[in-house]
Design a protein around this ligand. Structure first.
Ligand code: AMP
Length: 374
């Protein structure tokens, strides 16, 4: 199925968070109209959309209403109800298809697809009981990390096991009738992500590989260029390409990888633009959002060109007010605020991006200005 849209036609977005908002803004530059489905009044995407269907994400009637308003539908998060996705796919409105959603909603499927594509993943076991957890950790060894199989993000639903005694605490983490994955903890040298876009015809364009620094398992900073060899960069892109083909990806897609010496391991993937690709808005001639819109609307992708260096820093709830107070002292910082009313601690409220010629110079400026307290 190939979908082709012209400016003036409408893109429907499932989910009304910041990713939908940035997608919508990019689409608006090209003259598209936006409809969004999200339960929250005044959500980040609704603030910039033409139509807001205010309903639960799994409300089939609301999904039909969104589809009726839209010429094509996309999503800004992976936990889209599969029934909704299947319905939209059947109507010929979802060029990305439902399969990448099905896989990325489930950590076991992500691992299986990666292994089938011949890629490295941390050693893992699927468990449901404390007994199974104990057996699995015997085989995998310490340190290991236990994760809920679905639904976790930003380190939520994860538990690290450093030593035998931690198994006691894990007992309270394992709920009855739930499934978990336990993974070998990779002592990575660095974490990187490959953000790329694939057109409906299968053409792939990569953004520069980004290096990610997490704090408390939440993305704190993304830097380009990533401090990796050409050989690792090639392996990372090859990994992304294999997954893209395996999943028949359309649109912008992200693969997060651990780099350990000469190896790359697939950690996670996201069938959408990603926080680690926000730097592309200012640092590249085309952003991850514009490229995504181009792919789902059947427009040609642009060849990516980038500034030599960029750093993106996430702004969480605890730091937004202080950042706003200091804006006049931060002349070279590009500001993004997502329009979220409630600034809860650890909630992503916005980000800032610095672009320039060398990473050292940018990191120095970030260090001088101490933007994050977490
Ligand atoms: P995830 O939600 O799976 O991306 O995990 C969040 C963060 O936890 C990752 O970005 C890593 O920093 C860390 N992490 C998760 N799984 C592993 C692992 N198997 N080995 C090492 N670090 C991990």
């Amino acid at each position: 199925m190939t979908v082709k849209l012209s400016p003036g036609q409408t893109i429907g977005i499932l989910g009304g968070g910041q990713l939908g908002r940035m997608m919508a803004v990019a689409a608006k530059h090209m003259g598209f109209r936006i409809a969004v489905l999200d339960p929250k009044e005044d959500c980040p995407t609704a603030q910039v959309a033409d139509h807001h269907v205010q309903a639960a994400y799994n409300d089939l009637e609301a999904a039909k209403q969104l589809s009726g308003l839209s010429d094509v539908v996309t999503y800004e998060f992976e936990n889209v109800d599969l029934e909704v996705a299947n319905l939209l796919e059947k109507e010929g409105k979802l060029p990305q298809g439902s399969y990448p959603l099905k896989v990325t909603q489930n950590r076991e499927l992500e691992k299986r697809v990666s292994v089938d594509a011949g890629l490295n993943v941390p050693e893992y076991r699927i468990i449901q009981t404390v007994e199974q957890l104990k057996d699995a950790v015997q085989q995998i060894g310490f340190p290991a990390i236990v994760k809920t199989i679905t639904g976790g993000y930003d380190g939520k639903g994860q538990f690290k096991l450093e030593k035998e005694e931690d198994l006691q605490e894990a007992v309270s983490f394992i709920a009855p009738d739930s499934t978990y994955i336990i993974e070998q903890f990779i002592a990575f040298d660095r974490e990187i992500s490959v953000v790329f876009t694939r057109s409906q015809l299968g053409e792939i364009n990569y953004f520069p590989i980004a290096e990610n620094k997490h704090k408390q398992q939440i993305l704190h900073q993304t830097q380009i260029p990533a401090a990796i060899t050409e050989q690792i960069a090639d392996k990372a892109k090859e990994t992304a390409r294999k997954l893209a083909e395996e999943l028949d990806v359309v649109g912008t897609f992200t693969v997060e990888l651990f780099v350990n010496e000469d190896n790359v391991y697939v950690n996670e993937m996201a069938p959408r633009p990603h926080n680690s690709g926000h730097y592309t808005i200012e640092a590249c001639n085309v952003s991850q959002f514009e490229q995504h819109v181009r792919a789902i609307c059947g427009l040609p992708l642009l060849t990516v060109q980038a500034f030599p260096a960029a750093v993106m820093v996430n702004i969480l709830g605890e730091d937004r007010e202080e950042l706003f107070r200091r804006l006049t002292d931060l002349p070279e910082f590009h500001l993004h605020d997502y329009g979220k009313e409630e600034a809860r601690p650890k909630r992503k409220m916005g980000h800032v991006t610095l672009i320039g010629n060398t990473l050292d110079e940018l990191l120095h400026r970030i260090e001088e200005n101490k933007l994050a307290t977490w």
